[in-house]
Write a protein of this length. Structure first.
Length: 60
């Protein structure tokens, strides 16, 4: 049993887009512990943000 943290999200996103993604850009209130769909904010600067959709699934 584990949780998805901002570090996990940054690493997975970097792999998908082929660019560096810093953990500090990923804003989540707390680690994701339950399967489901979540909106996660990426904050690149005070004026530049993006929202991504994270689908948390159980690994078998």
């Amino acid at each position: 049993y584990g949780a998805i943290t901002s570090t996990h999200i940054a690493m997975e996103l970097a792999e998908k887009v082929g660019r560096e993604v810093e953990r500090r850009w990923v804003e989540i209130a707390e680690p994701i512990r339950e399967p489901g769909k979540y909106d996660v904010t990426l904050r690149f600067s005070t004026e530049v943000t993006a929202t991504i959709h994270v689908n948390a699934e159980v690994e078998e």
